[in-house]
Design a protein around this ligand. Structure first.
Ligand SMILES: *[C@@H]1O[C@H](CO)[C@@H](O)[C@H](O)[C@H]1NC(C)=O
Ligand SMILES: *[C@@H]1O[C@H](CO)[C@@H](O)[C@H](O)[C@H]1NC(C)=O
Ligand SMILES: [Zn+2]
Length: 420
């Protein structure tokens, strides 16, 4: 194991992809600064690790060596403050990779929360749950990816014939956001394997897609492509992938999405160009009558966001969306977690159209729709270090209990009678 690790490290030193890449933490002082940084979003040279926001919080931007001089000049010219968050990204990625290798392999069918699991390990766990808990768990293959991987939804229900309201959750639509599938897996683990949470299944069914972009997720696990975000479909001659979270057909391309196939926020050649977003769309449309809450996990930034992402106008039920988000945040904070910033996407962040949350609400009619941006790794790289996963996912789960209870209470009295 150790020998293999060393040999591998030697190999990748030759082809180091992120050598001398830097990550800058940029601190806009006012609206003008934010607009000036917004202009940089459309370039395919820079990579925004966190989302540009209006509350003057810092934004982390990865810059390749050949762009660093111009980038710094731009910041200085406009008097925008910054600091170097990561001096040489390659070092950070190598370190993360070696740590991943040193953690022993889990047995097939078991899941770990002290490392980031591979796509195969995740699926093996889902199949094991189906075998061990066949009264609670049913797996549904909702289609295959561009590279022909299966996309598996786990349906958790203690009474499938009760026509219960459904909470739908996905994670990992952006490949490199590894904490998102980890979070979603913990939710699955707690709902299925922890009897103390059984009451969360009494009046609600949970349908969960742990890895919404399997091709990208696997690709980001290869050390030279750690920062991969998009799908893996062939777009231009030298550029692969579409930003799946800009690919949904609801004011598609209106704002915050790139038309450049090489950019990290490429919206795709047309709405739902990606088979992965098609599969997710078709499944949500199938369950939309009962689906009452849509949650999509991302990283990073400690944000609980609700629609709209394409406009700063607020949805008609903004009060409910905000109040529920506040209760979720209170529960997370009470469990020892960080405090999340709450708001409609476009009031907190720079606008971005084509997201799954907007589509879930605007088209599928799932009124309660949230994007949760989990904590990031900062100096340790994009994701939090593996030894912090359990702490974070445990804290966030406290918020999931609030969501579950809310849906249960909201629909309890009326739900027993099928609509005519
Ligand atoms: C924004 O801040 C910068 C530097 O702090 C300053 O030079 C500029 O005048 C400010 N712009 C506005 C519109 O306040
Ligand atoms: C978090 O972890 C603690 C300690 O292991 C445990 O007692 C608690 O039930 C967990 N909470 C959740 C919400 O998973
Ligand atoms: Zn994301």
């Amino acid at each position: 194991m150790y020998i293999v690790g060393v040999f591998y490290s030697l190999l990748v030193l030759v082809s180091a992809n992120y050598e001398s890449y830097k990550v800058y933490s940029v601190i806009p002082a006012n609206r003008t600064h934010i607009e000036l940084l917004g202009l940089l979003l459309s370039t395919d040279k820079l990579d925004f690790w966190s989302r540009l926001s209006y509350d003057s919080r810092s934004v982390d931007i990865m810059v390749p060596p050949q762009e660093q001089r111009d980038f710094i000049m731009y910041l200085k010219k406009h008097d925008i403050q910054y600091e170097v968050l990561i001096d040489n990204l390659e070092t950070v990625i190598q370190r993360e990779h070696v740590k991943q290798q040193l953690i022993p392999r889990t047995f097939r069918g078991k899941i770990s929360f002290s490392k980031y699991n591979t796509f195969n390990d995740i699926n093996a766990y889902l199949y094991q749950l189906q075998m061990d808990y066949h009264n609670l768990v049913k797996l549904q293959n909702i289609g295959t990816t561009y590279e022909k991987r299966g996309m598996v939804v786990i349906q958790i229900s203690s009474n499938p014939s009760a026509n219960n309201p459904i909470i739908f959750i996905d994670g990992g639509i952006h490949a490199r956001e590894w904490i998102a599938p980890a979070q979603v897996l913990y939710i699955i683990n707690q709902l299925v394997e922890n009897p103390a949470n059984r009451d969360l299944l009494d009046d609600v069914d949970w349908h969960i897609l742990p890895v919404a972009n399997p091709d990208g997720y696997e690709y980001s696990q290869t050390i030279n492509h750690r920062m991969w975000r998009k799908t893996r479909s062939q777009q231009a001659k030298n550029c692969m992938g579409t930003d799946a979270n800009r690919n949904f057909e609801f004011y598609w391309g209106l704002s915050g999405a790139s038309s450049n196939p090489c950019a990290d926020t490429y919206k795709g050649p047309k709405p739902f160009s990606e088979v992965e977003t098609q599969n997710l769309r078709d499944y949500l449309l199938k369950i939309k009558k009962n689906a009452k809450l849509y949650l999509t996990f991302h990283s990073y930034g400690n944000l609980i966001l609700y629609p709209w992402g394409y406009t700063s106008e607020l949805p008609h039920d903004e009060f409910e969306l905000r109040t529920l988000a506040k209760e979720v945040n209170d529960a997370i904070v009470k469990a020892g977690g960080p405090s999340y910033t709450i708001g409609s996407s476009t009031n907190v962040l720079y606008a971005a159209a084509g997201g799954s949350d907007d589509w879930a609400k605007g088209v599928a009619g799932i009124e309660l729709s949230y994007t949760i941006e989990l904590p990031g790794g900062k100096k340790n790289g994009f994701d939090i270090p593996a030894n912090e996963i359990l702490k974070v996912v445990n804290q966030t789960f406290a918020g999931m209990i609030v969501y579950g209870k809310y849906i249960s209470v909201k629909y309890k009295d009326t739900w027993r009678f099928p609509e005519k």
